[in-house]
Design a protein around this ligand. Structure first.
Ligand SMILES: COc1nc2nc(N)nc(N)c2nc1C
Length: 308
């Protein structure tokens, strides 16, 4: 019986990773649903066999009276901002000079959402939290479990913490405000506020209705996994089953960085989610160690903000 449960859960979690995080389903929906119903029935007959990583445990649970505080062992930093390509060029020249070499930069879309941290033990999702003030965040594990893009079980049994952005896709935002308006409830000014409000729900069933998603962009302690650059880290996290934004690009100089910025300034309106800029990061992690962080922001990354 235990083996039956393990196989069902593991199979469903694998299919779910392929569908939601890798966007490459290997079975049709009805096959997934049929297997899912099999697990629901089996868990009803043997409730003592239910585990937190079961796909049936994504929604529900008790309504919380508040959120526990979570201390971030490694502070969750924000990013320094620049508002022109000239300022950006200064940042790049300065960093190259500091490390006495022309380094590669990983260019990424700056998703306009809410920073989150996800902790996995033995490949299982155990805790999720908000950034808070950078040192202390809120435990929103229950709400994050309702987000299908967040894997309950990774493809490898690793102990890892990753960080990323939880966001509300533009389509979900429009639909939510229409629903709110029809029900005479508050409407949200923008998708970022809507995502924040949805993650702060004490009843995770409400969070589950908000159709949130994530893009994971930060692998903690990459040296533990033999990863030496930011672009490798993104691919490693994708291989484990995290949803990683595919539109990143390694740039070798300022011209390539400018080209990437221009490309996504053009594409911005057509993207299915809000971005408020581009994040440029030194690609080699050696450089991150060399230059470190200030109290608030990394010295190896900068956010180029689009004009409003
Ligand atoms: C290194 O710290 C960060 N990196 C990021 N990367 C991307 N792509 N988007 C973000 N919003 C972001 N935010 C932070 C604080």
């Amino acid at each position: 019986l235990q083996q039956q449960f393990d196989e069902l859960r593991s199979q469903l979690n694998t299919w779910s990773r392929e569908y939601y995080s890798l966007d490459k389903p290997s079975v049709p929906d009805d096959v997934y649903d049929q297997k899912y119903q099999e697990l629901v029935k089996l868990e009803k007959a043997h409730p003592e066999m239910v585990t937190p990583d079961s796909p049936t445990q994504r929604v529900g649970g008790q309504v919380l009276t508040g959120f526990e505080k979570i201390g971030h062992e490694i502070p969750m930093l924000s990013l320094g901002d620049v508002f022109s390509k000239e300022e950006l060029a200064d940042f790049v020249v300065n960093l190259d000079q500091t490390v006495h070499q022309q380094i590669d930069y990983n260019c990424e879309l700056k998703i306009d959402g809410l920073a989150i941290s996800l902790v996995y033990r033995n490949g299982k999702f155990v805790q999720g939290s908000t950034r808070g003030n950078g040192q202390i965040g809120e435990d929103i594990t229950q709400n994050l479990k309702t987000i299908n893009a967040i894997p309950l079980e990774l493809s490898e049994p690793v102990d890892v913490e990753v960080r990323g952005e939880c966001y509300m896709p533009k389509a979900s935002f429009v639909e939510l405000n229409q629903r709110q308006e029809e029900q005479g409830k508050q409407i949200f000014a923008n998708a970022r506020n809507a995502a924040a409000g949805s993650l702060r729900q004490l009843d995770s069933r409400i969070t589950a209705e908000r159709k949130l998603s994530t893009f994971i962009y930060y692998l903690m302690e990459p040296e533990k996994f033999g990863v030496t650059t930011q672009s490798e880290a993104l691919e490693k996290m994708r291989s484990w089953g995290f949803k990683v934004n595919p539109d990143y690009q390694v740039a070798h100089n300022m011209d390539e960085i400018r080209a990437y910025i221009d490309e996504y300034q053009q594409k911005r309106a057509s993207l299915p989610y809000d971005i408020d800029g581009i994040v440029i990061k030194a690609n080699p992690f050696k450089v991150h160690e060399e230059v470190g962080n200030t109290v608030k922001v990394p010295r190896w990354a900068i956010a180029y903000k689009f004009p409003p």
